[in-house]
Design a protein around this ligand. Structure first.
Ligand SMILES: *[C@@H]1O[C@H](CO)[C@@H](O)[C@H](O)[C@H]1NC(C)=O
Ligand SMILES: *[C@@H]1O[C@H](CO)[C@@H](O)[C@H](O)[C@H]1NC(C)=O
Ligand SMILES: *[C@@H]1O[C@H](CO)[C@@H](O)[C@H](O)[C@H]1NC(C)=O
Length: 308
């Protein structure tokens, strides 16, 4: 499988980014590592590996990925977690499932991607759509990283490594899209407010688990305005005051791109790639704002979070 190529690749990216690209100065990474959790918005290939299907997220997904060793993401290019990694001066965190054994996994010290399409805050959120790593399983894998993998390479400074690392989480959309609105049978007895309270409780418990493992700096994505997605509007479920956005690729009834079909040409002019996922150019815009702008990520941006 493609997994063998990962580690050398990750190294090359690291070198290119910390020293090569700008050629102006050789920068130290702003954090020792980036650990990524969540759903398709930040999945870098775990689901593709888990479902063992060539077709998962194949063309037109990833159409603008320049590096052929990268797994296609749920967009035309990189995810916003990838852009944050670049800004931090770190290699793109590889999908945790791309490693065959503990030895190769434990060599990765600059972060890992545990995200899995279809997952949500609740364990059963993605059941409707096939295999996935639930948020709780993602944290199990992080626990393995912290307790088994990292200590092999960072025997003494592990506490500091974890405290200074960035934990990026992008989750919850599927709890509404898949778990609540599409499949009300999962939580039929709850009204929306009670369901949201359940999500918050469960999310808080997950964060506490990560804090207990030593994590300290969290970046958590908010909910996008899913009522404005053409997916929900077409089902008369969405309410949207302002814009309705058209997507770049031709989509199936679930709002995913129909695989194999050519996407739109001027992708940088579209906000949405399929009916749920944003194009690379807007993901970069969000990542830039969150990294060192004001007002995108609150109460402070990631550059400030790194200095705390
Ligand atoms: C999710 O599953 C894990 C075990 O896989 C369990 O420990 C945890 O309590 C579950 N969480 C919820 C909210 O059911
Ligand atoms: C909704 O979720 C339940 C529980 O996972 C599953 O058995 C059922 O098939 C789903 N319904 C639809 C319409 O997919
Ligand atoms: C924000 O970061 C980008 C990329 O690292 C950099 O080019 C830009 O100058 C930074 N802007 C500010 C205001 O620091």
């Amino acid at each position: 499988m493609v997994t063998r190529g990962w580690i050398p690749m990750a190294m090359i990216v690291a070198v290119a980014f910390t020293c090569g690209v700008s050629n102006v100065h050789c920068q130290q990474p702003l954090a020792p590592a980036l650990y990524v959790f969540g759903a398709s918005t930040v999945d870098a290939g775990n689901n593709k590996i888990l479902r063992n299907e060539e077709k998962v997220r194949s063309f037109p997904y990833g159409v603008d990925l320049k590096d052929p060793t990268l797994f296609a993401r749920a967009s035309n290019g990189l995810t916003y977690a990838d852009f944050i990694a670049e800004h931090l001066g770190l290699p793109l965190p590889p999908p945790v499932l791309s490693f065959k054994d503990a030895e190769s996994r434990s060599k990765v010290l600059t972060g890992m991607n545990y995200a899995s399409s279809a997952s949500g805050i609740l364990n059963h959120t993605g059941l409707i759509s096939g295999k996935y790593l639930s948020f709780s399983q993602q944290i199990d894998l992080f626990e393995r990283t912290v307790k088994e993998d990292l200590p092999k390479q960072i025997p003494t400074d592990l506490k500091l490594h974890l405290e200074e690392s960035i934990i990026l989480i992008s989750i919850a959309e599927n709890d509404y899209v898949l778990g609540y609105f599409l499949n009300g049978t999962i939580s039929p007895q709850l009204d929306l407010n009670s369901y949201t309270r359940l999500l918050i409780q469960s999310f808080a418990a997950s964060i506490e688990r990560m804090v207990d493992l030593g994590a300290k700096r969290f970046v958590v994505s908010g909910m996008p305005p899913i009522g404005c997605s053409s997916f929900f509007l077409e089902q008369n479920q969405g309410k949207c005051k302002k814009h309705v956005f058209k997507q770049c690729c031709k989509t199936d009834r679930f709002g995913n791109c129909i695989l194999g079909l050519k996407p739109c040409k001027n992708r940088d002019k579209y906000l949405l790639f399929d009916k749920h996922h944003i194009t690379q150019i807007y993901l970069k815009y969000i990542a830039d704002g969150c990294f060192n702008g004001s007002g995108t990520c609150l109460p402070c941006n990631i550059a400030e979070l790194c200095r705390k």
